[in-house]
Design a protein around this ligand. Structure first.
Ligand SMILES: Cc1cc2nc3c(=O)[nH]c(=O)nc-3n(C[C@H](O)[C@H](O)[C@H](O)COP(=O)(O)O)c2cc1C
Length: 272
């Protein structure tokens, strides 16, 4: 099986070391090939903020011919993906964030439904939770992946006693085993209620804002073979989950609107 590792550190340091250990342990389970995509060695122009990829479609991005396409191709052909980046100032480093910004449309139109990912990060002491959460929820899950696990390590000398080393080792073994089992499974796992709800919310959003987000509308409603129809087509979803998730999505949509109004006042268009 082929694993692509997206490595977002500005140097080959602790996080790469952890990823390599993960590779070493996972290879004990069977035939696994790891390919490392080192973001700092790739040509990825900063996002220009035109919003075209999200609204009109990724083909309208003005930044053509850089390595984001290659990264997409590699993820398309991989059996699993590892997102691996350290914690810099409570989050993922700018290099990785730049790549995530360039692929922001994947959060609207998830391309990797049914695929599995693992998230790896390291920290000196704090912020690990935030960076793992960002790479898990803001990236892997948002792009449609299922998470086999997250792996975090604290690299401060203070934590390097034998007991914490053993605990980390156990966590790596557990995560590698889970990833291997997820990738080896022949039958696709049933769609979860959470996945179904995310799909419903996005699908509802694209229905009500089809003039602003035509690419999302096409993805969820027009093309019957689009990945956006994945959940609807999936026969494993019981009727009650389809109906229940629809109702829950309406409630969640309302509460998201309330939250938006609370945090930024009533919606305004800056048209002065
Ligand atoms: C610019 C920068 C910012 C950092 N910010 C944090 C931080 O917010 N919290 C923390 O505990 N460690 C922080 N660290 C330490 C790194 O997270 C830690 O050393 C990590 O293992 C580095 O991984 P790397 O060698 O793969 O880059 C920071 C290090 C750098 C260089």
């Amino acid at each position: 099986m082929k694993i692509v590792v997206i490595h977002g550190s500005p140097h080959d340091g602790n996080t790469l070391k952890l990823a390599k250990r993960f590779e070493e342990i996972m290879k004990k389970s069977g035939d696994v090939q790891f390919e490392y995509l080192t973001v700092r060695d790739m040509f990825i122009s900063p996002c220009r903020g035109c919003f075209a990829c999200i609204t009109k479609g990724e083909e309208f991005c003005p930044l053509k011919n850089d390595d984001t396409k290659l990264i997409i191709e590699k993820m398309d052909h991989a059996d699993g993906v590892v997102f691996c980046a350290p914690t810099y100032v409570f989050n993922t480093p700018a290099l990785m964030k730049n790549l995530i910004d360039r692929l922001a449309y994947l959060g609207h139109r998830p391309r990797y439904t049914g695929k599995y990912a693992v998230v790896i990060s390291t920290t000196c002491g704090v912020g690990l939770k935030e960076s793992l959460k960002y790479l898990s929820f803001g990236t892997a899950l948002a792009w449609g992946f299922r998470l086999s696990g997250t792996l975090g390590a604290c690299t401060h000398q203070y934590n390097c006693d034998i007991r914490s080393q053993q605990m980390l080792n156990n966590r790596i073994v557990k995560c590698a085993d889970l990833f291997f089992a997820d990738l080896s499974r022949k039958k696709t796992e049933p769609v979860s209620l959470g996945e179904m709800m995310r799909f419903r919310i996005m699908s509802l959003h694209s229905f009500y804002s089809k003039d602003t987000f035509p690419a999302d509308y096409r993805f969820y409603h027009e093309n019957p073979d689009s990945a956006g129809r994945y959940y609807i087509k999936s026969a494993q979803i019981p009727l009650f989950a389809r109906i229940g998730s629809g109702l829950l999505a309406v409630i969640a949509g309302r509460s998201m609107r309330k939250e938006r109004d609370r945090s930024c006042g009533s919606p305004q268009f800056l048209d002065w």
